[in-house]
Design a protein around this ligand. Structure first.
Ligand code: ADP
Length: 612
């Protein structure tokens, strides 16, 4: 079978922490300026935080013990200054670091979105938009904790702990050894706990993406949902998803609160040890009262960040999981990744050759078999056949959305595999059944393919496509907003905007997917007129439903079950009495919806005007 068959799905792989680490290091490197500044601020902040607890020793041993009243003012002054510095540096720290984190998030979102847009079309067949949206928006958010507060708190906490530990050893070595032992047990337990929690966080992101995706589909297709009275079913599916999310979050909450509870117990044990060993040292005269009070303060200074790290650890686990999911997407090769090495594409004549083309989406299920035909430059090829015959797939090969498993698709003699995708696609134009308009003005929508086009060019394209007729009826003309927050255009009007868009793009190869739904005869003839002008001088492939289009085609390819079973023009194929004629008679006979002539009424058989 073909080795180039697009699998679409991202390659499954175990969580690769080294990859995630690499990504994290890259992130940290990219924002190192802010992080170094943040680190310095953190150092100042933590050191100034030591002044208050350290002053307690002097207060007790010197002021109280040796009646040194003269020390009161300097001590108070030192504490006041230190507190000011501490407050100021905390403020500056969050400014610097939080902004750096937001910048990192923005960078990541841009990068992932750009990459996603360049993934092969087949990737999108297998991945729902909701999932990708969640990767770009939610998962990217998580890296805030890696670049921002997370790392800085982590390093700051670590730093505080080490400094405080040094002070503790200076005050009492054996006591500190025991305290460190207890804290090591605590740390070990936390590490194990977070290893268990990380997959849960990973799963949470996946569930979230799935639920969001389905929610989006349900709301996007609300008319279908309502038509089939599927509201309750949709509600049930959503409720199940939300419940899975709840169960996941509940287990992570159980995990994290267990860690918190365990940390409280550890603090208690440390307290008891200090009372016993510290009390003995005090009685033996190895420690002064000031030393003991200072010791208690510094144990707090050392342990607090460790406990806090429980939370930071959770955040970092989440961020890692998100980054891992993002990496999974970034690892899928973009379709134009090798464009540089491929052949540049000059302005095309538009001659298309299919040579014994075979294609399958899934291994062993051929969708196109042995397709060969030649479409000379400027010709129109109509594809007809029952649905599922492979017409859209064939068009997909012309657009280089997929590459054939067997055989070759040649355009002007160049194998589509070997040409630069961007340069090739720039010479394609499409008018589809369901034409997509983007939020924006009519002008912007027409100029979608060439945003730099002048107002005059846009107007000219609109005129050729018979758009100006309805555009002039809007008060704001070309500047009328369309889409969700603007006017709604009818199917026929959208179609004409799409034709104007294609005219402006001036493609060499044109893809038309004719609407199967019927339009009123007036817009039908306006559209046909626009399409006829658009087709002039361009190689056109059309999935045809209307007799007028089919009659005007140079070649009709009648497809069935992935093969071309008949080829020729309308008259030749009618004489053959094969698939084409069967299709024609069946569809034309029952409903003129398919194979309809512009201007023809849609009349079910036996209900013509003479009967009515
Ligand atoms: P037509 O346009 O003639 O209706 P298509 O080219 O859409 O036919 O489909 C041909 C066959 O390929 C159908 O059996 C369809 O189920 C299958 N098919 C289409 N798209 C995909 C896809 N993305 N993945 C797997 N199978 C597909």
């Amino acid at each position: 079978m073909s080795s180039s068959k697009p699998s679409g799905r991202p390659p499954r792989r175990p969580i690769d922490t080294s990859e995630v680490w690499k990504e994290t290091r890259a992130l940290i490197r990219a924002h190192r300026g802010a992080l170094i500044l943040g680190f310095c601020l953190m150092l100042v902040n933590r050191l100034s935080g030591f002044v208050l607890p350290a002053s307690s020793k002097f207060l007790i041993d010197e002021v109280a013990g040796n009646a040194r009243g003269d020390l009161l003012l300097p001590l108070a002054g030192a504490v006041a200054v230190a507190t000011l510095v501490q407050g100021g540096s905390a403020f500056a720290l969050s400014q610097v670091v939080s902004v750096a984190a937001q910048r990192a998030i923005a960078d990541m979102r841009r990068r992932v979105q750009r990459h996603v847009l360049h993934l092969p079309a087949s990737y999108f067949d297998n991945t729902r938009a909701g999932v990708l949206i969640s990767r770009i928006m939610t998962d990217a958010e998580g890296i805030r904790n890696l670049v921002g507060t997370g790392v800085v708190q982590l390093t700051g906490g670590l730093l505080t702990s080490i400094l405080a530990l040094a002070v503790l050893f200076w005050l009492n070595v054996p006591l500190t050894l025991v305290v460190v032992l207890i804290l090591a047990v605590f740390g070990g337990t936390m590490a194990v706990a977070f290893r268990r929690l990380r997959p849960l966080f990973r799963e949470r992101g996946a569930i979230n993406a799935q639920v969001t995706g389905r929610l989006g589909e349900g709301l996007g297709g609300i008319r279908v949902v309502k038509t089939y009275v599927a509201e309750r079913r949709e509600a049930r599916i959503f409720a199940q998803g939300v419940h899975r999310l709840l169960r996941n979050i509940a287990s992570t909450i159980t995990g994290t609160s267990a860690v918190t509870a365990f940390s409280t117990i550890c603090v208690g044990v440390v307290g008891a040890v200090i009372i016993i060993m510290g009390g003995e040292a005090l009685l033996d005269g190895r420690m002064t009262l000031g030393d003991l009070v200072m010791y208690v303060f510094f144990v707090g200074l050392m342990a607090a960040p460790l406990v806090q790290m429980a939370n930071i650890g959770t955040q970092i686990s989440e961020a890692f999981a998100g980054l891992d999911r993002i990496r999974e997407i970034l690892n899928v090769a973009a379709e134009d990744a090798g464009d540089r090495e491929r052949r540049p594409v000059p302005r095309l004549e538009g001659e298309v050759h299919f040579e014994n083309v075979g294609f399958s989406y899934e291994e062993g299920v051929p969708v196109l078999r042995d397709i060969s035909f030649h479409a000379p430059a400027g010709s129109t090829t109509a594809l007809v056949g029952p649905s599922g015959a492979g017409k859209s797939t064939l068009i997909g090969l012309v657009m280089a959305f997929h590459h054939p498993g067997q055989g070759r698709v040649l355009v002007d003699g160049m194998d589509l595999r070997e040409v630069r995708l961007g340069e090739y696609r720039r010479q394609l134009g499409v008018v589809l059944q369901d034409n997509v308009l983007f939020e924006g003005t009519i002008r912007e929508n027409i100029a979608f393919a060439r945003p730099g086009a002048s107002a005059q060019e846009v107007k000219e394209a609109a005129r050729i496509a018979n758009c100006d007729e309805f555009i002039h009826r809007f008060d704001e003309g070309y500047e009328t907003m369309v889409g969700e927050r603007g006017v709604k255009l009818s199917g026929g009007q959208r179609q004409r905007v799409a034709i104007a868009r294609a005219i402006l793009a001036d493609p060499r190869i044109l893809i038309l997917d004719e609407a199967t739904s019927s339009l009123d005869s007036e817009s039908e003839s306006l559209i046909q007129e626009g399409l006829a002008r658009l087709r002039e001088g361009r190689t056109t492939f059309v999935i045809a439903h209307r007799l007028s289009t089919i009659r005007s085609a140079d070649t009709i390819l009648a497809m069935e079950d992935g093969r071309i079973v008949e080829r020729g023009d309308h008259e030749e194929l009618m004489e053959r009495r094969g698939l084409y004629r069967r299709l024609y008679e069946r569809q034309h006979g029952i409903f003129t919806n398919l194979f309809v002539n512009p201007g023809e009424e849609l009349t079910p058989v036996g209900e013509g005007p003479d009967v009515a």
